[in-house]
Design a protein around this ligand. Structure first.
Ligand code: MN
Length: 187
């Protein structure tokens, strides 16, 4: 996927340098790996969602990381002060977490306490109820029958150049660049 914004558009929350490595090197490597692994696998025409629900091993890991990063890079835009969800998703967040502030606090806490590499997700279950889950490594909520809406990447490659060991500071800053219109359309 091409980035839907310029490589400096998310500064100072995510630097051009981080985006260059993260999108241009890490995601590109997962795409190259998957293309090689899919040859002769019988999954050449499957969607990424189908692959992550069916495959194992290297195919699962690389497809999972591509799906995760497409959702991740696709949900951001230029920083905004007082950036808030709107519409039906905003109402569902208040219904299921009490307030937007309470939701952010729980989401950041689950991102900060995920041990090792992985992703924190906001998803909707089959009844439209919102849930926050921690997924290790390349896992995606679609494997649990959930619809993924928003994700923060807590692999160190996502923040180490800009924040070093300060993962909680990185997570707190990401709220400024969430494009809630895109996230709301996934709901
Ligand atoms: Mn990543």
């Amino acid at each position: 996927m091409a980035l839907p914004y310029a490589s400096e558009a998310l500064e100072p929350v995510i630097s051009r340098e981080t985006l260059g490595f993260h999108h241009g090197k890490h995601l590109a490597a997962y795409v190259n790996n998957l293309n090689g692994l899919l040859e002769g696998s019988g999954l050449e025409n499957a969607t990424l969602e189908e692959i992550v629900c069916k495959a194992q091993g290297g195919i699962l890991n690389n497809a999972g990381q591509i799906l995760n990063h497409e959702l991740y890079f696709g949900q951001f835009g230029a920083p905004k002060a007082d950036n808030q969800p709107v519409g039906l998703l905003a109402e569902a967040i208040v219904r299921d977490f009490g307030s937007f502030e309470a939701f952010k606090e729980e989401f950041q806490k689950k991102g900060a306490t995920l041990f090792g590499s992985g992703w924190v997700w906001l998803s909707a279950d089959k009844d439209g109820k919102l849930v926050i889950t921690q997924e290790a490594n390349a896992a995606n909520p679609v494997q649990k029958g959930l619809k993924p809406l928003l994700t923060f990447d807590v692999w160190e490659h996502a923040y180490y150049l800009d924040y070093q060991n300060r993962r909680p500071d990185h997570l707190a800053a990401l709220w400024q660049i969430v494009d809630w219109k895109v996230v709301g359309e996934r709901f």
